[in-house]
Design a protein around this ligand. Structure first.
Ligand code: ASP
Ligand code: MG
Length: 403
């Protein structure tokens, strides 16, 4: 007679949930409770507290533009500390657990150091250990390239580890635990009256993540979309609310017509590059350096091609080196790092001329100085001087985000 296979659940715990040994022990207790319910548990952990930032600072004090390969070797240690300690803590609770690095877990990536993309997951060792009724702890944020090099997945990359593993294991659920109970209509630290969002579509969440929201990583959302996995974003201790990230339905045509957004988010680490000539050469250099672009526009051909490109610096530890190479191209390169972006996300938002005009007018009426606006069907992105970013976030939230 066929036995019913136990369901698999993937739980990911963020850096603040394992920031010290007390918190790590309570995570171990939660994991133990889930395992005792008769479910197979795979736990993905982030580095403890601010470990990743500290390791980065250590590297920067040795070199202003540390080589990405060596940085990956260093940063991947943060998650390994958490995984080993959590496995030990579970052992103390009488739960049989084993920890694996990203490469041991079969997470195969491309060869782009700092910001690698997962290409394939072969979780054979995890499956074997689950069969033995062990809890498997996986170091998030890291994998191995086809050249057998250790890579990291970009800031917030443990989310991606969790979702990609959930997909590969056919998990019943992917739960992402952190210090917040899900996604809000804006960062509550900046916008005190931001409201909790019980549900968001993959499209909306991905757009938010790409424009600066840190609650969930953008690559994680695209994995969830591909595998049709629902992500549950929950709080480790405290609230029982959650945000579910789900396949989206059709955009609501009535809401799309109105002055309405789901959420507003901001990025301060954006860079805008402009060159009036040799745009194609600049683009191929950016490609060689493995720079992911948020937005780009190439106009014209040959020497006369102009380029406008936007990128986010977070996963470019050696950006000064790339910028120096761009300047060496001998073009009239302008590199603007003085502005940040504030983006409203909502279906139909950016394709409505009336909304665009009203948003522009509202920001100016609030005494702010937007320098550009970029619209797509799902979002409306405004650029402002850095000191105005928070005020603009509040202004756009009060204009566009109604409960
Ligand atoms: N530890 C890494 C970071 O701080 C990855 C993660 O937490 O998801 O970005
Ligand atoms: Mg995170």
């Amino acid at each position: 007679m066929a036995t019913t296979a136990k369901t698999i659940v993937v739980q990911k715990y963020g850096g603040s949930s394992v920031a010290n040994l007390d918190r790590l022990r309570s995570v171990a207790e939660r994991v133990a409770a889930t395992a005792r319910q008769g479910r197979r548990v795979v736990v993905v952990v982030s580095a403890m507290g601010k470990t990743t930032d500290e390791l980065l600072a250590l590297a920067r004090s040795i070199s202003p533009a540390p080589p990405r390969r060596e940085l990956d070797m260093l940063l991947s240690c943060g998650e390994r500390i958490s995984m080993a300690l959590l496995a030990m803590a579970l052992g103390e609770l009488g739960v049989d657990a084993i920890s694996f690095t990203g490469s041991q877990s079969g997470i195969l990536t491309n060869d782009r150091h700092s910001g690698a993309r997962i290409i394939e997951v072969r979780p054979v060792r995890i499956q074997d250990e689950l069969e033995r009724d062990r809890v498997v702890i996986v170091a998030g944020f890291q994998g191995m390239s086809y050249k057998r090099e250790i890579t990291t997945l970009g800031r917030g990359g443990s989310d991606t580890t969790a979702v990609a593993l959930a997909a590969a294991l056919g998990a019943e659920a992917c739960e992402i635990y952190s210090d917040v109970d899900g996604v809000y209509s804006a960062d509550p630290k900046v916008v005190p009256d931001a409201h909790h969002l019980p549900e968001l579509s993959y499209d909306e969440m991905q757009e938010l993540a790409e424009h600066g929201a840190k609650v969930l990583n953008a690559q994680a959302v695209s994995w969830a979309r591909r595998a049709g996995i629902v992500i549950h974003a929950r709080q480790t201790a405290g609230s029982s609310r959650e945000t579910r990230i789900v396949p989206g339905g059709e955009a609501d045509p009535i809401r799309a017509e109105g002055l309405r957004a789901r959420a507003v988010t901001a990025t301060r680490t954006v860079v805008q590059l402009r060159t009036a000539r040799r745009g194609l050469q600049a683009l191929s250099l950016l490609g060689e350096e493995g720079v992911a672009l948020r937005h780009s526009r190439l106009v014209g051909t040959g020497e006369a091609a102009s380029l406008e490109a936007t990128l986010v610096r977070d996963d470019l530890p050696d950006w000064p080196h790339t910028l120096a190479r761009l300047r060496d191209l001998g073009t009239d390169l302008v590199c603007d790092e003085e502005h940040g972006t504030v983006t409203a996300v909502g279906a139909g938002l950016g394709s409505n001329a009336r909304v665009l005009a009203q948003v522009g007018a509202h920001l100016v009426a609030c005494g702010l100085h937007p320098v550009r606006m970029e619209a797509s069907s799902l979002s409306l992105c405004t650029w402002l001087p850095h000191p105005e970013v928070e005020e603009a976030t509040r202004a756009l939230h009060s204009l566009l985000c109604h409960e």
